[in-house]
Design a protein around this ligand. Structure first.
Ligand SMILES: *Cc1c(COP(=O)(O)O)cnc(C)c1O
Length: 359
């Protein structure tokens, strides 16, 4: 039995994209961001396919533990760090490097020092995103407190996160970097750049860079695509046509009858829907590929199916392949039609979609 909806994962594209990123930031080490199941691609799978990454970053402790349990040996940074002594101890036990972003965490470190090991940790400065990170006004004191802690490795690297690096005309990034450089001028290792910082803001490169989305071959910039910038999409989401119908002018299609055929329409039904992670917000007109040729979505996306206009594709028939995004159809473009961002589309692919690895 062939799976209806499946995602082909071009694992070779990961190392290709990593080397493209290294070309863009030749002096920086790369911390590959593989949080949220590697943006839907499979965390352990992606980590295993990136043997040359200098480190990995995940959002949460359980993600780091899962990587260690799967035998991943590179350095692993946990972006949210710990909030209690048990989580602190687990970082030590699994050799995970927490990000220390709050005074609460510094207190915990002093009250419950990790046993039998010196923990690698990263200190996060809030340069203006106002999510995680120490305030610039408290940073020096905090950093000194941490530097005096014999349970931590020395010297402590420093990080920050950019709030708007994908908007290349906005000055927020410059202001954030000025704050970062003002506080983190000591000769310690630093990291600031996400994918957009890495690609658009060379001043953000520092000793490390921290890309996520671009590793998967996808552009962080609105109105661009990774494929046009020399990246290769890792995920190509596909299904097949399961029925074809000829409709008359005026026939409504799908739930709510939102789409009304403006002319006699050859309509294809493809086996994928929001139950697979294809966005319900995809509007009529969103492109799909039928046998590698573009055809527009018509009507509402339902849980298990979508409907497409095949009037211009008289040769298409039941069983033919339908591509929703990936090779030949950038997920960035689909995201625009669905009024969302490619991050969301990739993360939302559900368990029902069979993952097929390709090398
Ligand atoms: C997710 C994340 C990244 C990676 O961002 P991309 O835009 O996917 O490159 C980097 N740093 C932090 C703190 C993150 O949360």
């Amino acid at each position: 039995m062939t799976p209806a909806a499946f995602a082909e994962l071009d694992l070779g594209a990961l190392e290709h994209n990593l080397s493209r990123l290294r070309e863009a930031a030749p002096r920086a080490k790369v911390m590959a961001v593989i949080k949220a199941n590697a943006y839907g691609h499979g965390m352990v799978r992606v980590a295993s396919a990136l043997p040359t990454a200098d480190a990995f970053a995940v959002a949460r402790l359980d993600e780091g533990v899962a990587l260690r349990e799967a035998g991943i040996r590179q350095r692993i940074v946990v972006l949210q760090g710990f909030i209690c002594p048990e989580e602190l101890e687990l970082h030590a036990r699994f050799d995970l490097e927490p990000v220390i972003h709050s005074v609460h965490q510094i207190d915990l470190l002093e009250q419950h020092p990790p046993r039998d090991t010196r923990l690698g940790a990263w200190v996060k400065l809030d340069t203006g995103m106002h999510r995680l990170g120490l305030d610039p006004a408290e940073f020096r004191d905090c950093y000194q407190r941490l530097s005096g802690n014999v349970h931590l490795k020395d010297p402590l690297p420093i990080m920050t996160h950019l709030a708007n690096a994908d908007v290349v005309t906005d000055t927020t990034t410059e202001r954030q970097l000025a704050v970062f450089n003002g506080v983190a001028s000591d000769p310690v290792e630093r990291v600031a750049a996400n994918s957009a910082g890495l690609l658009a803001w060379p001043a953000s490169h520092a000793e490390w860079v921290r890309p996520g989305l671009a590793l998967y071959g996808v552009s962080p910039f609105p109105f661009r695509s990774g494929a046009k910038d020399g990246f290769r999409p890792v995920m190509t989401l596909k299904t097949r046509l399961i029925a074809i119908k000829n409709l008359r002018r005026g026939d409504p299609v799908g739930y709510g009858g939102d789409w009304i055929c403006p002319h006699p329409t050859r309509m294809g039904i493809a086996s994928i829907g929001y139950g697979d992670g294809y966005p319900r917000s995809a509007a009529s007109g969103t492109p799909v590929l039928v046998n590698e040729q573009s055809a527009p979505l018509i009507g509402r996306v339902s849980m298990d199916m979508i409907t497409v206009d095949l009037t211009e594709h008289p040769q298409a028939h039941v069983g033919d392949t339908v591509t929703l995004w990936g090779q030949g159809l950038p997920v960035e473009e689909v995201a625009r039609h669905a009024n969302t961002i490619p991050y969301v589309l990739l993360c939302n692919v559900t368990q029902r979609v069979r993952m097929i690895e390709q090398r």
